[in-house]
Design a protein around this ligand. Structure first.
Ligand code: SF4
Length: 162
């Protein structure tokens, strides 16, 4: 990975290099869950069923580098399509920055803590089942309640580290 510029996450998405783009991901794992799309209405519902490559306990891809070889339809989020992926959670760093919004306080680039995404209730770690074990997706429809504003309460000033 190349050197990351100071506070690169405050720059427009179009200004980020490949390493910075990759580093923007908060690791929540929500984009690695299957969705149910209804043909007649086009409506999309979310599930708690994870791609088989997702480690369900850590919400990390078990082979990110080679994931396309195992999961050909794995979405590769790019600048060109970020505005078109309607099902990205409201907390997704790419979605937020595409909308010109700041990263939330729990994002590891702000907090310095990779696990803060779990503490904030945003990560799917420990909350999903692998597609290899799940059975019919329709039995796993869930509402992830992913409104950004629900997850952006700043810690009270007295809680901040000195
Ligand atoms: S939803 Fe966005 S921030 Fe979360 S893992 Fe996917 S790309 Fe990363």
């Amino acid at each position: 990975m190349g050197a990351l510029r100071d506070r690169f996450w405050e720059r427009p998405l179009a200004d980020l290099d490949t390493a910075e783009w990759e580093a923007l991901c908060d690791g929540c794992g929500r984009c690695c869950l299957h969705k149910v799309e209804y043909e007649d209405t086009g409506e999309i519902e979310h599930t708690n069923v994870a791609c088989r490559l997702l480690d369900t306990q850590t919400a990390r891809c078990m082979d990110y580098k080679h994931r396309k070889a195992f999961v050909p339809d794995c979405l590769r989020l790019t600048l060109r399509i970020v505005d078109d992926v309607s099902w990205l959670p409201g907390t997704c760093a790419y979605r937020l920055r595409a909308e010109g919004r700041p990263l939330p306080h729990w994002h590891y680039l702000i907090s310095g803590d990779r696990e803060a995404v779990v503490g904030a209730g945003v990560s799917v770690a420990g909350r999903v089942v692998s597609e290899d074990e799940a059975g019919p997706l329709e039995h796993h429809v869930v509402d992830w309640d992913d409104d950004y504003d629900d997850y952006d309460d700043e810690p009270a000033q007295g809680d901040a580290a000195a």
